[in-house]
Design a protein around this ligand. Structure first.
Ligand code: SAH
Ligand code: DHB
Ligand code: MG
Length: 237
């Protein structure tokens, strides 16, 4: 068993995470999540290849996994693969014959991701597309792609509004849309922010709040990634 803690420590340093809450998150993870060699190895290999330590935390990965299982999800779309840590959590949740499409713009990250996917023996489940997320979404809409059961939005934050609109177009009533990083250390409340990511997230809240086809919430999170949050939206019509 390899130890994923260097990556989690790297995240804690990057996000200026509070030690006590890192410990609480670790306590939850140690109590509830079985050690998993493929996931730990994916983090270790990503770290060794110099990828930034910005994967979802283990307990968030498990939440994605459980959401897919609760839905009985067979088709999942992920925007932003990085080293495929979240992808592996999700792909482990789809039944045999299921499909996970994950989109990554950075070819070098994608190479690391593909190796991690292969090592986890999920090459038959996961299709990794090296592309810009918005272009990939536009192509899927133009090609009449079947709806997804869950779309996980975790690429650049600036264009979350556009990703959300496309995710909705590629959904059906009963689909879930999950968006990572919707709190960003509370910077979403800064009225003078010119950070394109912050502006993208605020615009997303506006759109989602008045979109009659979704019922939505967002949960602030704390742990190795500092203070952030996950939005969960059920497509209702
Ligand atoms: N989902 C991953 C983490 C993703 S980090 C996990 O939890 O393990 C965000 C990723 O989005 C980075 O790898 C970054 O290269 C990618 N990205 C940024 N802009 C993008 C774009 N326009 N299209 C596709 N991917 C993008
Ligand atoms: C960043 C991206 C993420 O998806 C995340 O969860 C944390 C940070 C980033 O680009 O900095
Ligand atoms: Mg993220």
């Amino acid at each position: 068993m390899t130890d994923a803690s260097p990556t989690l420590a790297g995240a804690a340093a990057m996000f200026g995470a509070d030690e006590r809450w890192v410990a609480v998150e670790r306590y939850i993870t140690d109590s509830l999540l079985a050690p998993d060699a493929s996931l730990e190895e994916a983090l270790r290999a990503s770290d060794a290849a110099g990828l930034p330590p910005i994967s979802v935390s283990p307990n968030q990965g498990k939440l994605l996994h459980l959401l897919v299982r609760m839905l009985g999800g067979r088709r999942v779309l992920e925007l932003g693969t990085l080293g495929a840590y979240s992808t592996i959590w999700i792909a482990r949740a789809v039944p045999s014959g299921g499909r996970v499409i994950t989109v990554e713009a950075d070819a070098r990250y994608a190479e690391v991701a593909q190796e991690n996917i292969a090592r986890a023996q999920l090459g038959d489940v996961v299709e990794l597309r090296v592309a810009d997320a918005l272009e990939a979404l536009t192509d899927m809409q133009a090609n009449g792609e079947d709806p997804f059961d869950l779309v996980f939005i975790d690429a650049d934050k600036q264009r979350i509004p556009a990703y959300f609109e496309s995710a909705l177009a590629l959904s059906r009533p009963g689909s879930l849309i999950v968006v990572d990083n919707v709190v960003r250390g509370g910077r979403i409340l800064d009225p003078d922010s010119e950070d394109p990511g912050v502006l993208g997230i605020r615009r997303f809240y506006e759109l989602a709040g008045r979109e009659s086809r979704v019922s939505a919430t967002a949960i602030p999170t704390v742990g190795c990634k500092g203070y952030d949050g996950f939005a969960v939206l059920l497509v209702t019509a």
